[in-house]
Design a protein around this ligand. Structure first.
Ligand SMILES: NC(=O)c1ccc[n+]([C@@H]2O[C@H](COP(=O)([O-])OP(=O)(O)OC[C@H]3O[C@@H](n4cnc5c(N)ncnc54)[C@H](OP(=O)(O)O)[C@@H]3O)[C@@H](O)[C@H]2O)c1
Length: 259
């Protein structure tokens, strides 16, 4: 790894929400940060606050074959990636029959296949250096199957399992893999889900929710401490230890959206 105080951190989905908070947090701590998303104007506005240490890259990550080029372009300016934060994602909330197959498959490519391609792209150089960190932002929805989110749950369960598997595989390599399981965290994505479910249940707005800055601090600390996983807000940690019970309750009581 480059000097521990000045790593090259690549954050996908940094134009808003959790990714933006992670990018700010790492940049404030003095690291060089590459921020990736489609909305270049938002990335440029963010990078303007960190001249010389944050570079914006526009890329559509719903196409996994773009991953290699993203890493090559990022490394051309800041050198090999030390910390990969696989954060970009999209969520569909709705009845399965109402989801166009193409949209469902896009979710799987963006949330699962592209993160794996990005790992393929950064891993050889990390192996060569015997150091690096890979952070995968999965979801509590990857632990607890939730009605109305079949594609999202499949993508996040896939990413979480791949991430946990890779952590074990890379034991002793010097490369740390951290799997992050956010429950509801106040962002545009969470708001859209709550608004969609509001008409079906009054509980949608009452679930304990976290904030992006606290989550970002927890993720950064987990990388430093080489922690296996982060589950936030903490109350959702129960879903990991009481999985079948959480799945049964969620499956029974989450309303199925009608559209
Ligand atoms: N908020 C929650 O409650 C929650 C809970 C569990 C897990 N998560 C996960 O946390 C991650 C961040 O979500 P968030 O809540 O911060 O949502 P958000 O504010 O909607 O951010 C999503 C980010 O992903 C990027 N993105 C979406 N489609 C993309 C594409 N095709 N190519 C490149 N970038 C793309 C967006 O940028 P552009 O639109 O500019 O491309 C944006 O920067 C996601 O993986 C999400 O599944 C969130």
């Amino acid at each position: 790894m480059s000097k521990p105080d000045r790593r090259h951190v690549l954050v996908t989905g940094a134009s808003s929400g959790i990714g933006e908070a992670l990018a700010r947090d790492y940049a404030r701590a003095g690291h060089r940060v590459t921020v990736v998303a489609r909305r270049l104007d938002l990335l440029e506005a963010l990078a303007a606050g960190f001249p010389g240490t944050m570079q914006p890259l526009r890329a559509d990550l719903s196409e996994p074959s773009n991953a290699e080029e993203v890493v090559t372009r990022a490394a051309a300016t800041f050198g090999p990636v030390d910390v990969l934060l696989n954060n970009a994602g999209a969520q569909i909330v709705g009845a399965f029959e109402g989801v166009a197959p193409e949209d469902g498959e896009m979710t799987l490519r963006l949330n699962l296949l592209t993160p794996l391609r990005l790992i393929h792209a950064v891993l050889p150089a990390m192996r060569a250096r015997g150091a690096g960190a890979i952070v995968n932002i999965a979801s509590v929805a990857g632990l607890v199957p939730t009605p109305g989110m079949a594609h999202y749950c499949a993508s996040k369960a896939g990413l979480a399992f791949a991430s946990e598997s890779l952590r074990s595989e890379l034991r002793g390599s010097g490369i740390v893999v951290v799997t992050v399981y956010p429950g509801p965290v106040e962002t545009a994505m969470m708001r859209a889900a709550v608004d969609k479910l509001k008409s079906e249940t009054t509980l949608a707005d009452r679930m304990p929710a976290g904030d992006v800055d606290t989550l970002s601090a927890l993720v950064r600390a987990a990388v430093t401490r080489r922690q296996a996983r982060v589950i936030y807000p903490k109350v959702y940690g129960a879903t990991r230890w009481f999985g079948p019970m959480a799945a049964a309750i969620t499956g029974r009581f989450t309303p199925v959206p009608t559209t």
